[in-house]
Design a protein around this ligand. Structure first.
Ligand code: CDP
Length: 563
């Protein structure tokens, strides 16, 4: 078994290992991996033991980990194993509160929910049944937020939500600034749902109409650039809102005949139809290097087993609602992604901020997509097609079993368990503080590859340690060579151009989406954010999120600032 770090063990003990009624831990990490592997293999007709062992190897070597709800709940009675859901909201109290109840149940089980609030009539609109005035989407989002705050997920983690409002909704201006006060909507990521038509209107400096979704009446007309500037200024100030590019998403919708996609899950990596859910899992790229080279054979084996693992989850899963069960089983969407990309580059001695890295990102993700699709085709032959997914046009005319196969999640917790870097993000810092995962507790993280490298070079001495604990980086540390400095550049030192290029490279071969935060230094300008959001659209990204260091008091990752 791969060695678990102290931080990983602490997280597993706190939230993942099974406990008895008195709160006493009743399993070891080794037993956790066995529990998950056996349960996911239990659906296999032949060779159950073979697959259980294969799945176990994957997990215990930390070569692949599924999303948190699978680790927490597999094998438990009514174990809900998916991380991501989208629920519909229609313009009625019945729909608003039915979906709120369903969201609460999903949060309790460890899942996150995304919603588009654009069907709701605007604030102060007339309500025929009562003769009163509507509260509008933002007021209802606040109710969802309060409910989320009070339904801590299965006692393990707090629920996450994505709230989307379309750019032509009459309340869009208040929505854009709805997180301006740090205390508001803390359990929501918010994104503006933007169309290509809107982006054209911004470019051409045209007017833009805000339309009442119920009456279809034009409520207001203003310059598109006015809304655009409000979005980028607010994102500069607080990190919210992000943007989801709905036309790009629907251009790649694998099941257009089932309707338009209007929302994503909380972190944006999964555009989903109403009631769809999806299981995520990530390959640990840091483990795919042998003797300073990518071990493509090993990677292939891991992908093949991981896709089967994620597909099996659809059949062993417990579904909270019949609607979720129905569409999830019919489309069979899964999302295999990656973590440890920055560490893979470090091991290959390729700087993140280089075109060589961007080219490799494309090559790597192309490989992962091809192998994922090949496996899905094989699974279709062995186990049957997905009932609703008519997809021969998508992959050399051989039908896939899964409407989607890949998705790049943030891996906020599983990468800590695997002791590698988050998703496709660069190193956040060489040493940093992390809050948020373990309630109020803080963990200190020092990148282990960096530490190893410094030890080997005889540089792991007090002055250097003090320096990285204070600054998070070695940019200004004298005794380290420029080459090493280049390889260990941290997030805020990497020009945003490269953040975007990496997101683009991975998105190119990801049928769902890529969750990425463009982490920026404090002195980033509004003009920079404008360029980032605009380029994201031009690059065909499905969504974009930025975060300027220090723009919120409560920040999950922080430099230590220890002297
Ligand atoms: O690392 P882990 O599997 O815990 O999760 P992640 O990759 O950081 O997040 C994947 C997805 O899990 C998010 O996009 C959300 O849909 C969901 N999530 C959630 O519901 N609540 C959280 N506190 C964190 C993630």
């Amino acid at each position: 078994m791969s060695v678990l770090t102290t931080n990983a063990k602490e997280i597993l003990r706190d939230r993942y290992l099974l406990k008895d009624n008195d709160g006493k831990i009743v399993e070891t990490p080794h037993q956790l991996f066995k529990r998950v592997a056996n349960f996911v293999a239990s659906i296999e007709k032949d060779n159950k033991t073979y697959w259980a062992n294969n799945f176990y190897q994957l997990l215990k070597n930390l070569d692949f980990l599924p999303n948190s709800p699978t680790l927490m709940n597999a094998g438990l009675p009514k174990g809900q194993l998916s991380a991501c859901f989208v629920l519909p909201i229609h313009d009625s109290l019945n729909s608003i509160f039915t979906t709120l109840k369903n969201a609460a149940l999903i949060h309790q089980s460890g899942g996150g929910t995304g919603f588009n609030f654009s069907n709701l009539r605007p604030k102060d609109d007339y309500i025929a049944s009562s003769g009163g005035c509507s509260s509008g989407p933002i007021a209802f989002m606040k109710i969802y937020d309060a409910a989320t705050e009070n339904v801590k997920q299965g006692g393990k983690r707090r629920g996450a939500n994505m709230g989307i409002l379309n750019i032509d909704h009459p309340d869009i201006e208040s929505f854009i600034i709805s997180k301006s006060n740090e205390k508001e909507l803390q359990n929501f990521n918010i994104s503006v749902g933007v169309s290509d038509r809107f982006m054209d209107a911004v470019r051409d400096n045209n007017n833009w109409k805000l339309i009442n979704p119920k009456t279809k009446k034009v409520e207001k007309e203003l310059k598109a650039t006015k809304l655009w500037q409000l979005i980028v200024k607010e994102a500069w100030k607080t990190g919210d809102p992000g943007i989801v590019f709905l036309d790009t998403i629907n251009k790649h919708n694998p099941t257009p005949y089932l309707g338009k996609i209007v929302s994503t899950n909380p972190c944006g990596e999964l555009p989903l139809l109403a009631y769809e859910s999806c299981n995520l899992g990530s390959v640990n790229l840091s483990n795919m290097i042998t003797e300073k080279k990518i071990d493509w054979n090993k990677l292939n084996d891991i992908i093949t087993t991981a896709i089967r693992f994620l597909d099996n989850i659809i059949d062993v899963n417990y579904y909270l609602l019949p609607e979720i069960k129905s569409i999830t089983k019919k489309n069979r969407k899964i999302g295999l992604g990656v973590m440890g990309w920055a560490e893979m580059l470090i091991k290959l001695e390729i700087p993140y901020a280089s075109l060589k890295a961007v080219d490799l990102a494309e090559k790597l993700m192309k490989f992962i997509q091809e192998k994922s699709y090949e496996t899905s085709v094989q699974l279709a032959k062995e186990k049957g097609l997905s009932p609703l997914f008519i997809n021969s046009a998508y992959f050399n005319k051989s039908p896939l079993r899964n409407a989607t196969c890949n998705s790049i999640a943030p891996t906020g917790t599983i990468s800590v368990i695997a002791n590698t870097t988050y998703s496709i993000e660069p190193l956040f810092a060489l040493a940093y503080k992390r809050t948020g995962i373990l309630g109020g507790k803080t963990q200190i993280e020092v990148n282990s590859l960096f530490k190893e490298k410094m030890k080997k070079s005889g540089l792991w001495y007090k002055a250097l340690k003090q320096h990285i604990f204070k600054n998070g980086s070695i940019k200004d540390f004298k005794n380290v060579s420029t080459d090493i400095k280049k390889i260990f550049k941290t997030s805020l030192e990497i020009p945003f151009k490269y953040h975007l290029l990496h997101q683009k490279a991975f998105q190119k071969y990801t049928d769902n989406a890529v969750s990425k935060t463009i982490n920026l230094p404090k002195n980033t300008t509004i003009k920079d954010i404008t360029e980032i959001y605009w380029t994201a659209w031009e690059y065909g990204l499905k969504g974009i999120t930025v975060y300027r260091y220090g723009s919120r008091n409560e920040q999950i990752l922080q430099k230590c600032n220890f002297d």
